[in-house]
Design a protein around this ligand. Structure first.
Ligand SMILES: [Co+2]
Length: 462
């Protein structure tokens, strides 16, 4: 889930010939393979995860797959109809087996561990102090919760990638993702408080074509059928005890969009590579933009430079809060903010064939309780009872109308409007580039550690 900003126009549009490397949409090699091969190796060569053999879906990332992958001539469309990567552990299709059953010892696999670019930046001093002040991800239990959320994300998306096809409706796809996440974290979220223990990290985003982000199907509205020529961004979150994994990818059935997807995948991997203790978001943004805008894409005989969308950003993540207050733009900027040890970031980038600038579209994506919500008397009883439901089921987690309907609520819009006008709840709109354009997104969640950042949501697919 991205964070919208109001940056000025500071992008540039130089596009050079893109490196054409096709990749499988489904069941293929790591989508980060190109970056890892072509990069300077500082990060990409250091994914020294200590596999414990429990976990197969990361094998290709951590093994030779990354280095040897040559995806140039891979044919699209020949999707390997493999069982889930977790098939060996009896995950079903669709995924319904709680992870606690697949990992009976309760230890969940790590993401991709990447070493610091600069050994001097490794923090070995003041370890104890850091542990106290930045105890979140240094805490083994928290880390394990985080890894569980990431594994749920991987297993659900593995199935989504295998099963998604033109003709499905966005509501079907959204419900399938949501059902999978709830089953795997082991919390259906139908009792008060249950979805605070684990579940969706924000409304499952299914943004089509020029809609870059923040679209989810709402009940009672005309459903949209996925088409062969569509470009779909699938952005969903999984949380365990409030630790949110935010990760997204793009699906396109027509290979004409390959370079758009390649550009954005490369850009996001560049951002991940530049992330770390003391990394400046200004440097990260400049590197990402350079990677992104070195691509162009030809659609229907017209060549488009891939533009980095300049008014949406990556962001840090806090417990139960998808946007923690820090932004990671993916265009050149002069923000002096640095990443700090113990922080968690969602590194996401969006590329576009349009203006590279998004505006609020019609409709509603979701709602989220303002963490600094004022304590005021609400005159409307419906607003008071809605707020109680929100507190019990979502806290500050962003939610959507489908999630309220599922709890049996109806006729809540008046109460919701009251909460919004009192500054208690924020509303999120779909974010669109110009009509007729195409946008793509890739996103991973990374834990910033003193030594060895962890791209927690990394999988064999991207
Ligand atoms: Co995000």
């Amino acid at each position: 889930m991205g964070s919208k900003t109001f940056e000025g126009d500071n992008h540039h549009e130089d596009a050079t010939n893109a490196v054409s490397t096709k990749s499988n949409a489904v069941g293929g090699k790591p989508r980060g393979a190109n970056m890892l091969e072509d990069g300077d190796g500082d990060f990409g060569s250091d994914d020294d995860e200590d596999g414990d053999g429990q976990h197969s879906s990361l094998a290709m990332v951590n093994g030779d797959g990354v280095k040897k992958e040559k995806s140039k001539k891979k044919k699209r469309g020949k999707k390997k109809n493999k069982k889930s990567a977790a098939g060996a552990h009896q995950q079903t299709s669709p995924p319904r087996v709680p992870l606690s059953q697949l990992f009976p010892e309760g230890k969940y696999p790590p993401g991709q561990i990447v070493e610091c670019q600069d050994a001097n930046l490794r923090r070995t001093t003041d370890e104890e102090l850091r542990y106290l002040t930045r105890g979140f991800i240094a805490n083994d239990e928290v880390l394990n919760d985080y890894r569980k959320a990431a594994e749920v994300h991987r297993q659900v998306r593995h199935w989504v990638r295998d099963s998604i096809k033109p003709g499905k409706t966005l509501t079907e796809i959204a419900n399938e993702i949501d059902d999978g996440v709830r089953a795997l974290v082991g919390h259906q979220g139908l009792e008060p408080g249950d979805s605070l223990k684990g579940g969706l990290g924000f409304p499952t985003g299914l943004a089509l074509n020029n809609c870059a982000a923040h679209y989810t199907p709402n009940p009672g509205q005309k459903d949209i059928v996925l088409k062969h020529e569509d470009v779909l961004k699938i952005d969903y979150g999984v949380h365990v005890n409030g630790w949110i994994v935010d990760s997204a990818f793009t699906v396109a059935f027509d290979p004409v969009y390959d370079n758009l997807l390649n550009a954005v995948r490369d850009a996001t991997n560049t951002g991940l590579k530049c992330s770390g203790v003391d990394a400046r978001v200004s440097d990260i943004g400049a590197s990402i933009q350079e990677a992104m805008e070195s691509y162009e894409v030809e659609i229907n005989g017209k060549v488009y430079p891939v533009k980095a969308i300049r008014n949406i950003t990556g962001h840090n993540i806090l417990p139960y809060r998808i946007h923690g207050g820090k932004s990671v733009p993916f265009v050149k900027n002069d923000d002096p903010t640095k990443m700090e040890e113990g922080e968690v970031f969602a590194i996401e980038t969006f590329g576009s064939t349009g203006r590279g600038y998004i505006r609020d579209g019609p409709g509603v994506y979701g709602y989220g309780k303002n963490p600094d919500a004022p304590s005021v008397h609400l005159p409307l009883a419906s607003a008071r009872s809605l707020l109680k439901t929100i507190n019990q089921n979502f806290g500050t987690i962003v939610f959507c109308r489908r999630y309220l309907d599922r709890l049996g609520l109806d006729k809540y819009l008046l109460g919701m409007n009251s909460l919004i006008s009192h500054g208690i709840v924020d509303m999120y709109s779909p974010l669109n580039d110009v009509s007729g354009s195409y946008t793509a997104q890739f996103e991973h969640t990374i834990l910033i550690k003193g030594s060895g950042n962890e791209i927690i949501s990394r999988g064999e697919d991207y």
